[in-house]
Design a protein around this ligand. Structure first.
Ligand code: PRP
Ligand code: ADE
Length: 177
């Protein structure tokens, strides 16, 4: 029994061949946010999944930048904390930093030290899992903070890139290509 809310999201995701580079098929999630009913349905489906599968979650971690589209709404609906992981140089105060690999070269991301307490149960959220480099870096930051990662949650997984293999925590995707 397919979730009609997710079927609707699939209909709205728009594909752009050769963006931002030749050979990349870009999956644009923004048309979903342009349809209030579809966006509501997606957020509700994500909240339902977390309620059913991530018992005792205390913090939703959202990844820069498209994880910020869903994370705060989901945290608010669950009545729990939202914490961002940002690309390096954007967060003030004491931070944990990790370097991660992209298709070409490396990047760095950070999380504020006081934002997650040791032992806190967290869910890490993003719009899309591709090579898994970004999600793996987030998991590494969670490990450094001694948080307990219950699950990684993404709207879209690009299965050919096998990003899931790089993650040591369970990962749920609502849509797979
Ligand atoms: C995209 C996407 C994920 C990441 C996935 O973000 O939103 O965060 O790539 O790729 P990976 O699994 O290969 O790491 P991007 O870096 O394009 O930045 P943006 O969210 O600021 O657009
Ligand atoms: N981030 C990494 N790969 C992507 C893709 N193919 N579409 C949208 N966002 C992405």
């Amino acid at each position: 029994s397919e979730d009609r809310r997710i079927t609707r999201v699939k209909e709205l995701i728009k594909d752009y061949p050769d963006f931002p580079k030749p050979g990349i098929l870009f999956r644009d999630i923004f048309p979903v946010l342009q349809d209030a009913k579809a966006f509501r349905g997606l957020v509700d489906a994500m909240v339902d999944f977390i309620k059913a599968n991530c018992d005792g979650v205390e913090v939703i971690i959202g990844l820069d930048s498209r994880g910020f589209l869903f994370g705060p709404m989901i945290a608010e609906a669950l009545g729990i904390s939202f914490v961002p992981i940002r690309k390096a140089g954007k967060l003030p105060g004491e931070t944990y930093k990790v370097e991660y690999t992209l298709e070409y070269g490396t990047d760095k991301c950070e999380m504020q030290k006081e934002s997650v307490k040791p032992g806190q149960k967290i869910v890490i959220l993003d719009d899309l899992l591709a090579t898994g480099g970004t999600m793996k870096a987030a998991c590494d930051l969670a490990d450094v903070a001694q948080a307990t990662v219950l699950c990684c949650v993404v709207v879209i997984e690009l299965t050919d890139l096998q990003g899931r293999k790089r993650l040591k925590y369970p990962c749920h995707a609502f849509i797979q290509y």
